[in-house]
Design a protein around this ligand. Structure first.
Ligand code: ADQ
Length: 465
């Protein structure tokens, strides 16, 4: 078996960090097992682009990182990746900002990263590229004559063809995807959107049973690999944190009130304004909940350099202020809104304490917070998950209270129901979800993808050329 080479925008720290999530841990384990390399952006910006990657070795794993130049950071990262692809793939056509110059920067960075990676590869290395920043990287590697197995996993949704078509460069992206040997999506819905594009717009053919896709002069495979979490480890973490100093402080501050918890990056895909409105509606339409519940939303600022994110932040500050101003009592504040990140283990303890996990993105590839919330619950007294039908996680966690996040009244009714749900029903729903999470862990996800990638045929020399 050859080495594993992971390519992702951000590269994990060689020694890991206390904040490392399940995905990072799983990929690091896969790398440690087979030996290999993690390649990507260093997270740093320098005046000039660097020619060769910085190499750091730790055990059997090499970390190879490149800086972005100021211009690349603006065009590739802030521009095309986060201001065009991210909103578009999350069905927010009204938020996209498309500039040909940013698309050119995106392609240039992908070509430069491929050129820097190619000399580091051995012939039997298996390359696994992650996410929307690097869609064209595989085709750039092929253009350099590389014949290695190269797979791609998209962590965010793949949009319906009518939405994707709004992007001037959309066909180039789909064609670039077809250069991979295996294309992985989060859900059957994303896979279906991709194959429909290929057949209806790209003139290709798809064999649904085997996942074989023939298009743009290449034969490839596409399938759904729903990502999981380290279920048992997270459950143990939450159980251990249930009486931590922070959890006790939170418990005593609640003074017997039920806790509703939301945890997200501050992002317009997460449906935060609608969520605040739904909580407002709960207090307005179900007066017996007033004074009895506290809604805590943790939303650390992300991508502060993008204008749309700054506007969202102002909107949420105004909403939280308005709702608190309207309903607060001298001894009760309805919303606690935190823009600071909290350590993973603190969150785990808080999830266990919460009566309701409120996960209502307008679109989400998967949403691991939903899975972590379920894993963190006390089996004898579990909380209730309210989950958007537009999160990939809804495909598996059908025993959550599934809601349409745009329907504020429906979410308020679900909140009211969750707060009053009898113990037996809570246990029944939780056990069904937990069974799924125990089976489909992040380790299983990683193995399934890599096994399928290993089973694909190697590119022939003609194809590679
Ligand atoms: P994200 O959009 O970043 O990820 P998500 O899946 O919810 O979102 O979270 C990823 C990790 O970040 C989780 O382990 C979670 O605990 C942590 N996290 C999220 N918000 C946090 C907060 N406020 N404080 C601390 N930690 C927080 C992208 C896609 C998702 C997909 C993942 C994995 O957008 O749809 O589930 O990749 O494929």
């Amino acid at each position: 078996m050859g080495r594993l080479v992971i390519v992702s925008n951000r590269v994990a720290q060689p020694r890991g960090s206390a904040r490392a999530g399940g995905l990072e841990v799983a990929l690091r384990e896969a790398l440690a097992e087979r030996g290999g390399m993690w390649f990507g952006w260093s997270g740093e910006v320098s005046e000039e682009p660097e020619a060769a990657p910085r190499l750091v070795r730790s055990g059997r794993v090499q970390y190879a990182t490149l800086n972005l130049s100021t211009e690349e950071h603006e065009g590739f990262y802030t521009g095309f990746s986060n201001s065009t692809l991210w909103p578009l793939f999350h069905y927010r056509i009204g938020l996209i900002d498309f500039h040909r110059s940013a698309f050119r920067a995106y392609r240039r960075v992908n070509a430069r990263f491929a050129a820097a990676l190619a000399p580091l590869l051995q012939p039997d290395d298996v390359v696994w590229v992650h996410d929307y920043h690097f869609i064209p990287l595989g085709s750039e590697l092929r253009a350099l004559g590389l014949r290695n197995r190269v797979g791609f996993f998209l962590h965010i949704p793949f949009p319906a063809k009518e939405v994707l078509a709004a992007l001037p460069a959309h066909e180039q992206l789909v064609e670039a995807l077809c250069a991979y040997d295996l294309i992985g999506f989060q859900t059957a819905g994303d896979l279906g959107a991709f194959t429909r594009f290929v057949t209806d717009e790209g003139g290709g053919t798809v064999d649904t049973a085997s996942g074989t896709v023939s298009a743009y002069g290449r034969v490839t495979r596409a399938a759904a690999y729903p990502i999981g979490i380290e279920t048992e480890a997270f459950a143990a973490l939450a159980a251990g944190e249930a009486h931590s100093e922070e959890a006790e402080r939170l418990r005593s501050s609640l003074a017997g009130r039920s806790l509703i918890m939301g945890v997200d990056r501050l992002d317009h895909s997460k449906g935060l304004p609608h969520r605040f409105e739904a909580f407002h509606e709960l207090l307005g339409s179900y007066p017996d909940t007033r004074g009895q519940v506290t809604f805590m939303q943790v939303a650390p600022i992300s991508r502060g350099e993008v204008a749309q994110y700054r506007a969202l932040r102002r909107q949420l500050e105004a909403l939280a202020g308005r709702i608190n101003g309207k309903f607060a009592e001298f001894d009760w504040m309805p919303i606690r809104y935190l823009n600071r990140p909290l350590p993973r283990q603190t969150l785990a303890g808080f999830y266990r304490l919460a009566r309701v996990g409120l996960v209502t993105p307008l679109r989400d590839g998967m949403n691991l917070v939903a899975k972590e919330f379920v894993a963190a619950q006390d089996p004898a007294d579990p909380g209730v998950l309210i989950l958007s039908r537009f999160a990939g996680a809804a495909y598996e966690l059908s025993q959550a209270l599934i809601v349409n996040p745009f329907d504020v009244d429906q979410v308020a009714a679900a909140l009211n129901r969750a707060l009053k749900m009898p113990l037996a029903e809570r246990i029944g729903r939780w056990e069904a979800m937990m069974e799924n999470l125990r089976t489909n862990t992040v380790g299983v996800w990683c193995e399934n993808f890599l096994d399928d990638l290993a089973a694909t045929a190697l590119a022939s020399p003609e194809e590679a050329a």
